[in-house]
Design a protein around this ligand. Structure first.
Ligand SMILES: NC(=O)c1ccc[n+]([C@@H]2O[C@H](COP(=O)([O-])OP(=O)(O)OC[C@H]3O[C@@H](n4cnc5c(N)ncnc54)[C@H](O)[C@@H]3O)[C@@H](O)[C@H]2O)c1
Length: 252
């Protein structure tokens, strides 16, 4: 049991990649907090009350993220791991950069960029008090390779990657024993992504032509890296951005 005795908050874990990470953590002995703007309680109920707590959370709200951390502490007594997974990806309007509405830009940044900052701020005191912790941010391979007609999304994930390094450095100089790493998935067949048929076919087509593994990426493919980063095995890994995309992006 690689996460025996650990308590992990996973945002956006009612479905998709976050839910796959929650399942992997529970399998390895963790207690999990499913923090999602919708479906949190139902998703937690599937794990059972002793194992999972569902907390309706809007990661873009300071009050809501504080309440999320308080609920986790009240129920489980500590916070060891935070996975900043909640994000706006599916259902986006993909348009030329001149046509992105300011409202869409602001909404996306509120969730994808402000969200991880607020959630991290909400848990960092408890992690420090507990002797340290692990923060795992879900970025995207798209920040490495770029993509047309989604400037708000691509740049938001670039911000997540930069935030990961800045947080790792800041927690180090403040002697917090909190590590911060990112995972950059490729196009992943989460239920919400697949449901948008036209977009799904387009993204899968482009991804399939670039991948070095001959099968689509599924949410469970990200769970392994998320599990490792939360485990003792990754205690000396900090400020990294691990690309899990079947070889779309290959760095030097
Ligand atoms: N699916 C992909 O191809 C892919 C690729 C790279 C990165 N990602 C990233 O992975 C993460 C999960 O993606 P997914 O495909 O599982 O998405 P998804 O849409 O299936 O799930 C996202 C979850 O986040 C929740 N959420 C949205 N706004 C929220 C808010 N304000 N507060 C709390 N929860 C909120 C949703 O309710 C949902 O449960 C996202 O950050 C996404 O950007 C996805």
């Amino acid at each position: 049991m690689r996460l025996h005795g650990k308590v992990a908050i996973i945002t956006g874990a009612a479905t998709g990649i976050g839910n796959a990470i929650a399942q992997a953590y529970v399998k390895e002995g963790a207690k999990v907090v499913i923090a999602d703007v919708k479906g949190a309680e139902d998703a937690a109920a599937k794990f059972g009350h002793d194992t999972a707590l569902g907390v309706v959370t809007d990661v873009s709200s300071p009050e809501s993220t504080k309440a999320m951390a308080e609920a986790a502490l009240k129920h489980f007594g500590k916070i060891d791991v935070l996975v900043n997974n909640a994000g706006i990806f599916t259902g986006l309007n993909y348009v030329p950069l001149e046509n992105i509405s300011v409202a869409d830009w602001d909404k996306l940044y509120a969730v994808n960029v402000k969200g991880p900052w607020l959630c991290t701020s909400a848990v960092s005191h408890a992690m420090r008090a507990g002797g340290g912790g692990r923060i795992i941010n879900i970025a995207s391979v798209i920040a490495h390779i770029g993509a047309p007609f989604m400037l708000h999304y691509v740049s938001s994930k670039g911000a997540v990657a930069a935030m990961t390094r800045a947080m790792a450095r800041e927690f180090a100089v403040t002697k917090s024993k909190i590590t911060v790493n990112a995972i950059s998935p490729g196009y992943t067949h989460s239920a919400n992504a697949v449901a948008n048929t036209a977009q799904h076919e387009q993204f899968e087509g482009v991804s399939a032509s670039m991948r070095a593994i001959d099968r689509p990426q599924v949410p469970e493919d990200i769970a392994g890296a998320a599990l490792w980063l939360a485990s003792d095995e990754a205690s000396y890994v900090n400020g990294q951005n691990i690309v899990v995309d079947g070889g779309i992006y290959m760095s030097l």
